[in-house]
Design a protein around this ligand. Structure first.
Ligand SMILES: [Zn+2]
Length: 105
């Protein structure tokens, strides 16, 4: 494989542009995988749900961020896919997704 040093200046410039583009693309993919979910988003989600568990609707001291559609099933780590869940519900979650979605819709 030819190194950048062996290229003509114009080809080198093109390669550098391509590399920068590829790096931006990789970075955007990584950001997508991580999703965009900030602490402020979480506080807003808690507010919307009145600091209650989205599944059993009980007020819980400790609420965890729960993915409505599991990441493994293609859900995203972003506010529209996150609800507060009490520890018990989060641990025992099965197929409550459907019911929850119906309630909200
Ligand atoms: Zn619960």
């Amino acid at each position: 494989m030819m190194g950048l040093e062996d290229c003509s200046p114009s080809l080198r410039a093109k390669k550098l542009r391509w590399r920068a583009m590829a790096e931006r693309y990789q970075a955007s993919l990584a950001a997508k995988r991580r999703g965009s979910f900030s602490r402020a988003d979480w506080l807003e989600i808690l507010e919307v749900h009145d600091h209650r568990c989205a599944w059993c609707l009980r007020k819980a001291e400790r609420l965890e961020a729960d993915h409505v559609i599991a990441l493994g099933r293609g859900g995203e780590h972003e506010p529209s896919n996150i609800v507060p869940a009490c520890v018990r519900c989060n641990r025992s979650k099965k197929d409550r997704v459907v019911f929850y979605m119906l309630e909200v819709a």
